[in-house]
Write a protein that binds this ligand. Structure first.
Ligand code: AMP
Ligand code: ZN
Length: 128
């Protein structure tokens, strides 16, 4: 297995993409129903919810897919996941599903990396 632990870099300092829908949401150019925000992370309601609770959690910096994160982003990725935990607790979800689609083959439509957090009913179906 390849050791990626020396890979540097990180989302900090990456420029926003003016064409990117979620960068425009971060900039406030497109409205969203915000659920959480800090310096690095934004969470908002999915516009086409697939469950009673459906949030998207994104890094504020433009990162197109999971593949563009570097090992220097490990803390940021952890913060995205922990935001899912905090949102679920805040919204009283006893269980929930966290998913990230990667590239078109993985079902990704918006190329600014995001976690889906779904809950409010028992999750069903197959992931794939
Ligand atoms: P994905 O297929 O993983 O790229 O998911 C993109 C998600 O973004 C979909 O669930 C869409 O419903 C959601 N979405 C698209 N446009 C907006 C928007 N303006 N505000 C909130 N969610 C959006
Ligand atoms: Zn973006």
């Amino acid at each position: 297995m390849i050791d990626h632990s020396k890979e540097q870099g990180g989302a900090a300092g990456r420029s926003r993409d003016p064409e990117c829908l979620f960068c425009r949401i971060v900039a406030g150019e497109i409205p969203s129903s915000k659920l959480y925000e800090d310096d690095d992370v934004l969470a908002f309601e999915d516009i086409h919810p697939q469950a009673p609770f459906h949030a998207l959690i994104i890094p504020k910096a433009h990162v197109a897919t999971l593949n563009e994160f570097a090992d220097g982003d490990a803390k940021l990725i952890g913060r995205l996941l922990l935001t899912a935990k905090h949102l679920a607790a805040e919204h009283g979800l006893p269980g929930y599903r966290v998913a990230m689609n990667v590239n078109r083959e993985g079902g990704q439509v918006v190329f600014h990396a995001h976690l889906h957090v779904l809950g409010g009913r028992r999750m069903r179906g197959e992931l794939g």
